[in-house]
Design a protein around this ligand. Structure first.
Ligand code: COA
Length: 177
């Protein structure tokens, strides 16, 4: 039997990835209030309130560790700078999503966090297959995924974006360990 750690910690060269915990709500709400982040995701609402952050932190405490893992991304100097999460929608393959606070864009943090998270998923979580999708107007995320080894499947799905309040063309990608 393979026991899966409920709250794993991942370390990369500049970043630490740890499970969200009570106490993270206000910083989370502060960073996620940015429409530039919410509009590139399916599930992040906008506006994003402290209650949304609290609901998220509470929900992830109940994650099934066989299916879902969420991480806060931290730097030594600034604390929380972003987040990354693996989730398994019912009947669908494991998917990954992530965000970085706008003040830290362009420093390679999303790439470093994603690559560290995938290495952990392969070595410790024993996952072999991860899907991801990015909105077609988000080439930066496409670059992050390509650098981590994801390949375009050629499929473009229409996915609802809560923050946009409409569907957005989503370029689907896949990663094989
Ligand atoms: C997308 C996001 C995660 C990138 O975070 P980041 O830490 O700045 O990413 P990185 O620095 O690791 O890499 C960004 C890459 O995109 C490239 N890039 C940035 N803007 C780009 C653009 N307009 N077109 C093409 N590539 C672009 C950068 O050059 C870099 O690639 P490089 O290292 O090969 O030069 C961040 O902008 C974000 O949180 N956006 C909002 C939420 C989001 O989009 N989440 C992902 C949903 S699929």
């Amino acid at each position: 039997m393979c026991l899966i750690e409920q709250t794993p910690r991942i370390e990369t060269r500049r970043l630490a990835l740890r499970s969200p915990a009570p106490g993270d709500e206000s910083r989370l709400a502060e960073l996620m209030a940015d429409y530039a982040i919410a509009r590139m995701t399916s599930r992040v609402p906008h506006p994003y309130s402290l209650a949304d952050a609290a609901a998220f932190v509470e929900k992830v405490q109940g994650n099934d560790p066989a299916k879902d893992h969420n991480f806060v991304i931290e730097t030594e100097d600034d604390g929380m700078v972003g987040g990354i999460g693996f989730f398994t929608p019912p009947g669908e393959p494991l998917e990954v999503g992530y965000w970085i606070g706008r003040d830290w864009w362009g420093r390679g943090f999303a790439s470093e966090a994603l690559q560290g998270a995938l290495a952990w998923a392969k070595a410790s979580w024993r996952k072999r297959y991860v899907v991801a999708g990015h909105f077609s107007d988000n080439p930066a995320s496409g670059a992050v995924l390509c650098k981590a080894g994801f390949l375009y499947t050629g499929e473009v799905q229409l996915k609802h974006s809560l923050a946009r309040g409409e569907e957005a063309a989503t370029r689907m990608m896949v990663w094989l360990a």
